[in-house]
Design a protein around this ligand. Sequence first.
Ligand code: SF4
Length: 317
Amino acid sequence: MLQQTQASTVVPYFNRFLTRFPSVRRLAKASEDEVLEYWTGLGYYRRARYLHMAAIQIVGKHAGQVPDSVDALTSLPGIGRSTAGAIVAIAFRQTAPILDGNVRRVLSRFYTINGKRGAANTEKRLWAHAEANTPIKQVDVYTQAIMDLGATVCVRSKPKCPDCPLASECNAHRQGREHDYPSLAKRRSARVQHARFFVVINGKGACLLQKRPPRGVWASLWSPPQYPQTTSVSVFGDDFDLPTTTIAKTLAGPKFRHAFSHYQLEIEPIYVFLRASCSEIAQTHDLRWHHPCDRAEFGLSAVAVKLLTEIDSKRAS
Ligand code: SF4
């Protein structure tokens, strides 16, 4: 959960998740929908799917015990060398280096390593320093400490060097060049893509949700159907066997943007209110009606969470 997400955001999700899935076996038994339900709102849903797949493999291949070696851990979905190192060091107190974003920043500054992120030579140098610094004794304390140092003291924009226990030996600090390390990849301005989301509401106030494909953004989460921005209500209606006579009212909501890591999605919601008398679209494995007041026992995309809360105000307008 902490990959790409701040601890303060994670805490309530972590507590809820652990209450629902208190063991690897319980997590392995859950359906993907159930796991995604407990991840809704946290983003980067691939982490939830990998965690679920890893739990299934731990039960199937490791008798339900989380493996204690970097090799075995990295063979599980979603666990790279650094995460494996953190598990081995903190959970099993065995020596293994880590190189997450925070540690990478501390080491880059301390040793003034300024290569391109991801370049083989930079990675090699950073891992070599990570390995050389990882102690045999109290490796759990060291690992937590260097991660926390990066997260709270050697922070990206204004490192708190006067408070840093490494200040007297840190190359970047001695040169007054903390901000030159690590070198930042040039940010390209985010592309903008456009889409229409059709928010169909039946006579009972329930909204039509569609399960998204297993790959791509918001994979396997439930959401109002997404279409290209030029799709008309009648073209959408044809797909769902909704003749225009069944529609009481349509309404275009204000556009808004959702930022993904590499692009922004500009979303135009189109609200489609059906007549109370019309026959309903049948529920299938990837279509369901969901009343916004009910608890969703499945994962919702971020756009679904937002649009479901706005239905009432659109009905009145
Ligand atoms: S002295 Fe400053 S730049 Fe160096 S490790 Fe500490 S916080 Fe980071």
